[in-house]
Design a protein. Structure first.
Length: 255
C-alpha cells in the first residue's frame, strides 16, 4: 500500500496538470512582490488598519497568504483530487479495481494521500522559492518567520486537498463534485481571515480549518512552537477524518 502510494505520487508529479499548477505557484512567487510594492489604495488602507503600518513584513505576509496561497488552495485541490475514484467509475475501470486485492476504500485512501503529497510538494517548493526570492525583493523580509508561518498553512492546503477528494465521492459526479468542492473551499477561504478583520470573531473563526492555517499571522512578533504545533495537529486530525469519511462513501461504489 505504501509502495503503491509512492508510485502514484511519482506518476502524478509527471502529469501536465501538475506542471500547470506548479507554474501557477511560480507565477504567484514572482508577482506578489510587485503587487506589494504598489498595492491598490483601498488594500493598503485595509492592511494598515488590521496589522499596523510599522511592520511591513506582516503586511507582505498577509498579502502573500490571502491573495496568493489561499486563492490557490481554493482551486488547486479540486484539480489534483477532485475526480478520485469517480473518474475510474466513469471510465469503466472501477470493476477491474474492485477485483484487485486492494479494496476500493483503501484505493481511495492511497490516491487521496498521493494527491495530498503532491499538494505538499508544490506548496513547500513555493515557500522555499519565495524565501529566497523575497529576501532580496521585499524590504524587512524575515525568511525564518516566513517559513515557520507558512508551515502551518501547508497543513491547511493538505486539508483542502483531502476535502476535495472526499467531496468527489460524497457527491458521486465529477462535474457536480468539482463545483461543490470549489464552492465549499471558496467559502472557507473567503472567511478564513474574519478573525483578523474583526477581533470579536477571532474565536469563532477557528472553526474554519483554513483559518487555522493563518493563525501564525497573529503571533509574528513572538512566534512560539505552540502557535505552530497546535494548528498543525488540529489540521492533521481533520484531514485524517475527512479522508476516512471519503473512504466510507466509496463503499457504496463497490461492485
Amino acid at each position: 500500500m505504501i509502495r503503491f502510494a509512492f508510485l502514484d505520487y511519482l506518476a502524478s508529479l509527471r502529469e501536465r496538470k501538475v506542471w500547470l499548477v506548479a507554474a501557477m505557484f511560480a507565477y504567484a512567487v514572482l508577482c506578489v512582490p510587485l503587487l506589494f510594492a504598489r498595492p491598490p489604495a483601498h488594500m493598503s488602507e485595509a492592511m494598515s488598519a488590521w496589522f499596523g503600518v510599522e511592520d511591513r513584513f506582516a503586511l507582505f505576509l498577509y498579502l502573500w497568504l490571502d491573495l496568493s496561497m489561499n486563492k490557490l488552495i481554493a482551486v488547486v485541490p479540486v484539480v489534483l483530487a477532485g475526480g478520485i475514484v469517480v473518474r475510474e467509475r466513469d471510465t469503466g475501470v472501477l470493476p477491474v479495481l474492485a477485483a484487485k486485492p486492494l479494496s476500493l476504500p483503501r484505493y481511495f485512501v492511497v490516491r487521496a494521500l498521493s494527491a495530498c503529497a503532491v499538494m505538499a510538494t508544490l506548496h513547500v517548493a513555493a515557500q522555499l522559492l519565495g524565501a529566497l526570492y523575497f529576501t532580496w525583493q521585499v524590504e524587512g523580509f524575515r525568511p525564518g518567520v516566513f517559513l515557520a508561518a507558512m508551515s502551518v498553512h501547508l497543513f491547511a492546503a493538505i486539508f483542502a486537498t483531502a476535502l476535495s477528494a472526499a467531496i468527489a465521492v460524497w457527491v458521486g459526479r465529477r462535474g457536480l463534485g468539482a463545483l461543490v468542492a470549489l464552492l465549499a473551499l471558496f467559502v472557507l477561504v473567503g472567511t478564513a481571515l474574519l478573525g483578523f478583520y474583526n477581533p470579536a470573531w477571532r474565536r469563532a473563526s477557528l472553526a474554519n480549518p483554513i483559518a487555522l492555517g493563518a493563525q501564525a499571522l497573529a503571533h509574528l512578533d513572538a512566534l512560539r512552537p505552540e502557535h505552530l504545533l497546535l494548528p498543525m495537529l488540529a489540521l492533521c486530525a481533520l484531514s485524517a477524518l475527512t479522508i476516512a469519511a471519503g473512504a466510507l462513501a466509496v463503499r457504496r461504489m463497490e461492485v
